[in-house]
Design a protein around this ligand. Sequence first.
Ligand code: ADP
Ligand code: MG
Ligand code: MG
Length: 346
Amino acid sequence: MAAPQGYPLLCLENPLLDIQGVGDEAMLEKYGVKANDAILAEEKHMGLYEDLLQNHDAKLIAGGAAQNTARGAQYMLPENSVVYIGCVGKDKYADILKETCEKAGVHTEYRVDEVQPTGKCGVIITGHNRSMITHLAAANEYKIEHLKQPHIWALVEKAQVYYVGGYHLTVSVPAVLALAEEAATNNKPFVFSLSAPFIPQFFKDQLDSVIPYVDYLIGNETEALAFSESHGWGLTDIAEIAKKLTTLEKKNTQRPRIVIVTQGTLPTVTAVSTASGIETKEYPVHEIPKEKINDTTGAGDAFAGGFVAGIVQGKSLEESIDQGQWLASLSIQELGPSFPFPKQTY
Ligand code: ADP
Ligand code: MG
Ligand code: MG
């Protein structure tokens, strides 16, 4: 049952099941992928998923970047704080995703596609590298008509903060823009993640149509560099890129644009446009001993979860970033993008 008062945080993106197995150079070569990458699957990748399951002892893990972020935010927020929206198929994989969300206290409002199976993300692990090959399938069938149904749109209106993963720009830009406009019109924060270098590279126009609505823009260092490159900025310094991102057109002038770039173990860089100019800052990560690191998949998703939880709680930028670093440090000590139970408190 949906909470009658709604959920303070509403997230939208692509629900995916991760199929994660250990591979080697030969496997990367076989599928023509880089050791560290995130791409959309082509015809030549379709055999990967069975290959992982049959020959690489693959694990099935609930994934989908913003769905991870939704679980992460709920981890830090009071009960019934988060609703997640996306499209799944009519299969057992969708049941696994829904159950994982429910166990984490995240309410889901999936569109269920009658034809396509639930989307999957094949993850080839080689050492500390992760190559992610996503077959969106049903996740690609999200429709704005689903969002505009009265009972779903009521949740949109009741939400106080929006989080959209950039991966959704390959699916339904109208749905992203509908949330973005609702946020801007009512002066509610709109948080957006760049998600992967291929988004600024190959979905530049879609991205540029959403940027004016973004209050908090989150990305990692490679995504920031990809943005600079695809926009012909000629900038390679992360702080400079972050600064320039704050100056792009903004619809809601009641909120400054805040850009947050994470860089793995290096400090997180922020840029904020203020009346007296653009301020940049660095925030150290929560260091953990190497031997405690289990799996860094989804570190950025977890960071975004802790961060956006802070925004929902009305915390300062400093505190929200520190919450992000804290949650990311917990997540990388677990397998896949998950969080320790019993719950730890910040
Ligand atoms: P992404 O997963 O999107 O590439 P990052 O690699 O930048 O994102 O990681 C996001 C955040 O996760 C970092 O800002 C940091 O807080 C945390 N993190 C990642 N790797 C480590 C690590 N080895 N030790 C501690 N924190 C880490
Ligand atoms: Mg990284
Ligand atoms: Mg990331």
